[in-house]
Design a protein around this ligand. Structure first.
Ligand SMILES: [Cu+2]
Length: 158
């Protein structure tokens, strides 16, 4: 193989590998393999769900502690009744703390993920979530300072 052709082949192989990396998450999403969520998976709107309303305020959640059964689907109705923006990010404590570090550098990061939302004052949002794993998870507001002041709640999945 001459030098030019060999280089071309290398480029093609690299491009193929990159394409596979880009396409893989899209496939995973289509197949509902939400391996990237630490607290379970996005809910299925066609299935029944228990509604839990949670109020977001300076600087807490009400209620701040809930219990669910493994496999249960919850429709979180989130209302920001405070005067500042607040978030509800459902994950493990480990994941939220890592995320908090990123938020220190980018405090205005917007969240519109299946497991989280940022709400302006007086806004309401819903998150449909299926708790597929047993354990203790949390919801937290990672706007710098808010978590430390008390914006963290816990979900126990039995
Ligand atoms: Cu907050």
């Amino acid at each position: 193989m001459n030098y030019q052709l060999e280089n071309k082949m290398k480029t093609i192989k690299l491009a193929t590998a990159l394409a596979a990396l880009l396409i893989a998450p899209a496939f995973a999403h289509d197949q509902h393999e939400h391996g990237s969520f630490s607290a379970g998976e996005p809910g299925n709107p066609k299935k029944s769900a228990r509604t839990i309303e949670i109020l977001l305020n300076e600087m807490d959640y009400a209620p701040a502690r809930i219990e669910v059964k493994r496999g249960e689907q919850i429709r979180f109705v989130l209302r920001n009744v405070g005067k500042e923006d607040h978030e509800f990010l459902l994950a493990t404590t480990k994941e939220n703390l890592a995320h908090a570090e990123v938020m220190k550098k980018h405090p205005h990061m917007e969240h519109d993920d299946p497991n989280g939302v940022r709400l302006a004052p007086h806004k309401t949002a819903e998150i449909l979530w299926k708790f597929t794993k047993a354990g203790t998870f949390e919801f937290s507001c990672l706007i710098p300072g808010h978590r430390d002041y008390g914006m963290v709640g816990h979900v126990t999945v039995n």
